[in-house]
Design a protein around this ligand. Sequence first.
Ligand code: NDP
Ligand code: MG
Length: 391
Amino acid sequence: MRRITVFGATGSVGESTLDLLARRDDVAVVALTGGRQVARLAELARAHRAELAVTAHEECYRPLKEALAGTGIAVAAGPGAVVEAGYRPADWVMSAIVGAAGLAPGFAALSQGCIVALANKESLVTAGPLLLAEARAHGATLLPVDSEHSAVFQALVGEDIAAVETVTLTASGGGLRDWPLERLAQATVADAGAHPNWAMGQRITIDSASMFNKAMEVIEAREFFGLDPDQIRVLIHPQSLVHALVGFRDGAMMAHLGSPDMRHPIGYALNWPDRGALPVARLDLAAAGRLDFAAPDLRRYPALRLAGEVMRIGGAAGAVFNAAKEIALDHFIEGQIGFLDMAGVVEDTLADYMSRGSLGNAPKSLQEVLAIDAEARRRAAEVIRARGRAA
Ligand code: NDP
Ligand code: MG
């Protein structure tokens, strides 16, 4: 039996992971964690006979406890309890909490030397070098789950990373791809929250429309594969069938194609190093007919330009970038700032740090990353207030 824990079980990636686990009979579910969707968490814990169900919110303890009464499933609550779940012995752990909240649980899981399937890209953006060092120190294996990174990883099987010239991540362009530039400022949460190809959580869907998601993925690719920033490219590809391309020094390019279904990269990480059968739709390229590609317009997608800045600065820039982005996204979702203001807030927050000369030093521990994250959130909120006063 493989012992498996799923962080963020009630989310989009978590549910897809559990869908795959339900089809197997060689799996014992150790812990499932969730946030506010207590009833769903209880349902999943029952269905998968989990040993432990954890909600990240203290106030959700009682309803979760009641929902699981008489099942023998242990219950815990609070951010500390989520991290604790990562220390429960497991062979394979899915890290699919959204946001920087996924960082500490991922570190906990790595410390037991297991396989960690990483959907939480924020971990690599905020603490890439530390995360990889933690994995190495404990003999743990980190596998990419983000579809583009899984695609690159698969294209690199049997290849020498030194022979790689370029890595190209594709982007659908999100829900606002065909909007005229002048209208983007008016985009609402509903407009930005509708994705043409992928069914994902609300936050990442909005990040797809602003390309903050792709910006995070560029940084994620740099960290995960140890690439130079100028080796990483982004291509708009509206069909979302080619997930990434790897260019080699002999001029060859390996493309990874598949239907846009997260159960593919999740299943690849689950079956790795084997290639097991997966219940995903097969591509019919004749029916698809065409694959389109276009260079992204940086005026439309300032987030991509900011990702380049972040990689150039290094140090604490990734953690500040992510924290400011999360705060800006919160405010957009709450209707307090406009769609294009999100990039403005992130840019101003980075500039604020630059003017104080406090970005260059790389954090040396998880605690330092969390402290930078907390401080950057406060400063981003201050930037939003200042922009509001100036408007
Ligand atoms: P969702 O919003 O669908 O789910 C997030 C999960 O995290 C839920 O289980 C949620 O609980 C839980 N959660 C939310 N806040 C906290 C918190 N503060 N502490 C602990 N748990 C919390 O997100 P997705 O599944 O879309 O994305 C998860 C991660 O995977 C993100 O990092 C995303 O960037 C990445 N990813 C997602 C892809 C996708 O297709 N969805 C593709 C590639 C990467 P609850 O809902 O119960 O409140
Ligand atoms: Mg992706």
